[in-house]
Design a protein around this ligand. Sequence first.
Ligand code: PGA
Length: 251
Amino acid sequence: MVYIVGNWKMNKTSIEALDFVKKLSSFLDDNALNSCSIAIAPPSIHLPILHPVSNHFDLVSQNIAFENAGAYTGETAAFMLHEYVNYTLVGHSERRLYFNDTDSSLHKKLILALQYDLKPIFCFGETKQERDAGNYLSVIKKQLDDTIMLLPESAMSNILLAYEPIWAIGTGNNALISQIEEVHSYVRQLVVHENGLKNPETIPILYGGSCSADNAALILDQKHVNGLLIGGASLDFDHFCKIIQIAGQIN
Ligand code: PGA
């Protein structure tokens, strides 16, 4: 299965979002892609209007609250999102940077997501400084050790991972293929050893960071890449559909 997930971040009016989603539903109606799973993460305010017209693809929340209910102004709980989405991003680097997501709050978010049947797409990745210093694998290991590795093994079949090197996000410079494969295969091994997972091949590991129709085929062709998390290029309908078509030809 190849996962193509569009992360719209804080973009699009409700009318633009609705128009996109209707067109996407009919595109997927006309182009049956058996081996692809397509998803969109719109701003959460649009979820109720997009939900009834989202056919042939999944909706994703960009975030969930780290508590289940109560005095948390501005937050949206997993049980509320559960009405509209099957997946939620957890730990996107922009959440870590601007909204104080920490490993400990991310661990709580993972537990709540799983409790309410939302599959977490857990994002991790190093800064430019950490990459240049050469300690990026230990940074990544810590990000995973303090979050998904604390979950029971049974949770692993409901989790997707997304390697998003921060220096590649929104820059137009995706990571090199060798850099992507190094991290993806490292993480797959980690999951086997530390979680005792019997079949590590089943954990989908997506890559995100300046994905586009120009680099999608090459990235998706890598052994340990199971999909793409796409920001900027998912905002344009034609561009996003081109990537979907590329993904449809992969297997
Ligand atoms: P980008 O964003 O594709 O615009 O680099 C990816 C992401 O932040 O998920």
